[in-house]
Design a protein around this ligand. Structure first.
Ligand SMILES: Cc1cc2nc3c(=O)[nH]c(=O)nc-3n(C[C@H](O)[C@H](O)[C@H](O)COP(=O)(O)OP(=O)(O)OC[C@H]3O[C@@H](n4cnc5c(N)ncnc54)[C@H](O)[C@@H]3O)c2cc1C
Length: 158
């Protein structure tokens, strides 16, 4: 939870160590918190609470994990995917499926490409408003919204 001025909003860190924490935060033109954040200066103080939640992952407990995310929700699954594929002892395969409005709105492109170099990571992004055919090396790009049929296909449910 980040607290600035009179507002508190939840965010998922994409990276953290004992003395550093990194967030990926979408700036909404009319968003109250994100506009505060856009205007902060070095030296301003942001209060941090948490982390909250009790998601626990046990290494190698699944053959494959299929992750679905929309927009900035990718922050929630990216960190988990990264920690799994970077663990040499992991045999679990990850397929991260993300939905975005357009190519420009895809965050973490480089980071997702880096994960795609691992044998056990695959990424497919559905772009609902794709103007031209587009290629991002290492990532499968599909035009159109992720619909129910595709969702079931990814889960291999007939
Ligand atoms: C567990 C969790 C983790 C999250 N992690 C992240 C993260 O890692 N990164 C990230 O970017 N976000 C994350 N979010 C979302 C984040 O908490 C904020 O909701 C988001 O940043 C928007 O906040 P804001 O105050 O800037 O915008 P808001 O003021 O909430 O506005 C957002 C949008 O809604 C519109 N809007 C606001 N009020 C109304 C209304 N009454 N009617 C119609 N439209 C309205 C605004 O114009 C704007 O476009 C997370 C949320 C949760 C619950």
């Amino acid at each position: 939870m980040l607290h600035l001025h009179d507002i508190t909003k939840p965010f998922t860190p994409i990276f953290f160590t004992d003395d550093c924490i990194e967030f990926l935060i979408r700036l909404y033109p009319n968003g109250k918190f994100s506009q505060y954040l856009k205007n902060i200066k070095i030296g301003d103080i942001i209060h941090v609470r948490g982390p909250y939640g009790n998601f626990k992952y046990e290494s190698n407990s699944f053959q494959t994990i299929i992750m679905f995310s929309m927009g900035s929700g990718i922050t929630a699954v990216y960190h988990i995917a990264k920690s799994i594929v970077e663990n040499e002892l992991e045999e679990t395969k990850i397929h991260l499926i993300g939905g975005f409005k357009n190519i420009l709105q895809i965050p973490l492109k480089k980071e997702l490409q880096t994960l795609s170099d691992y044998w056990n990571f695959k990424c497919t992004l559905h772009i609902s408003q794709m103007q031209n055919v587009c290629n991002i090396h290492g990532i499968n790009i599909k035009s159109g919204r992720l619909d129910k049929n595709q969702f079931l296909k990814y889960l291999k449910i007939k």
